[in-house]
Design a protein around this ligand. Sequence first.
Ligand SMILES: C[S@@+](CC[C@H](N)C(=O)[O-])C[C@H]1O[C@@H](n2cnc3c(N)ncnc32)[C@H](O)[C@@H]1O
Length: 287
Amino acid sequence: MSQQFQPCITDDGSYTFFSEQFGQTFHSKFGAKEESIFKYAIPTLLAEKASRGHLRILDICYGLGYNSAAALATIWRSHPDCTVEIIALELDRSVPISAIEHHLLNDWEEPIPQLLTRLVNAEVVESERLKAQLILGDARQTIGQVIARKFTADAIFLDPFSPTACPQLWTIEFIDRVAKCCAADGIIATYSCAAAIRTALIAAGLCVGDTSPVGRKSPGTIASFTSSQLTPLSPQELEHLQTRAAIPYRDPSWSDSMAKIIIRRELEQDECGLETTSQWKKRWRNR
Ligand SMILES: C[S@@+](CC[C@H](N)C(=O)[O-])C[C@H]1O[C@@H](n2cnc3c(N)ncnc32)[C@H](O)[C@@H]1O
C-alpha cells in the first residue's frame, strides 16, 4: 500500500489528504465531500442538464476523484440513463491510487467506486454509461490534447491548490486554454473567489458569478460565456476587480516555475498604482 498520503478527516466526516509538496490539504477542512457537491456538481447544473441524455465533463486536477464522483452521483440520481464523458487531468497518479487504496470513494453509490477505480488503474473506461480518460501530466501541457480533440465540456471543474501554492494553473494563459474547452452554454466552477482568478476568467471572454459559500464566508466562482446561468457579482465584488489583488498571474511560455510566476505578478502589482485589498475593505466597512 502507498504510504504517501494519509487520510485526514474533515468536518462533514469525509476524508482528504495533506500534500507535503504544496503544503495544503486537498479539500477545505469544512468538508471534502460537501465541497465536491456544493462547489462543483450543483453550481454546474448537472442534475438539470442531465435531461439532455449526454454530458461532457472536464475535471482539472482530478486528485482523489471526488469531483468526478459527485458529478456522476448527481447526474445519475436525477437521470439514471444519461451517458457521460469525462476527461480528467492530474499530475500525480499516486493521489488517486492512494484514495482507492484507502477506500475513500466508497462513500458514493455503486457503480461509481468501481468505475473510477477502473479509470485510475487503466487510465480509460468504456462502459455503457461512462466513457472516461485520465490524462497524467502537467495540465498546462495536457490540456492541449483536450483542445486538439475539440472536446467542449458542459461542466469544467477547476480545482488546483490555492493560487499562492500553485499559480501555474491560475494564469491568464492557462485559463484561456480552459475556456477553449468550455461549450457555448458550459459552466466552469472553482472554489476560489480570488480577484486575480476572476480577472483571468473575464479576460478569456467569460462572465463570472458567485457560488454559495460552503462552511466558510467566501463564495466560489462560476463562469460561462452567457450570464443567464450565473448569480452576478455584487457591487463590492466588482470593485475588488479594480484593486491590486486583481492583477492576474501570467505564464507566457506555459512552463514557468511557481516562484517566477509569483515574482512576475508582484512586480506588476508594485507598478500598477491600484488600491490594496485592505483599502477596498476599509472603504466598504465605512459605507
Ligand atoms: C486541490 S487538489 C484537487 C482535489 C480533487 N479535485 C478532488 O476532488 O479530490 C489539486 C490536485 O492538483 C494536482 N496538480 C498539481 N499541479 C498540477 C499540474 N500542474 N497539473 C495537473 N494537476 C496538478 C495535485 O496533484 C492534486 O491532486
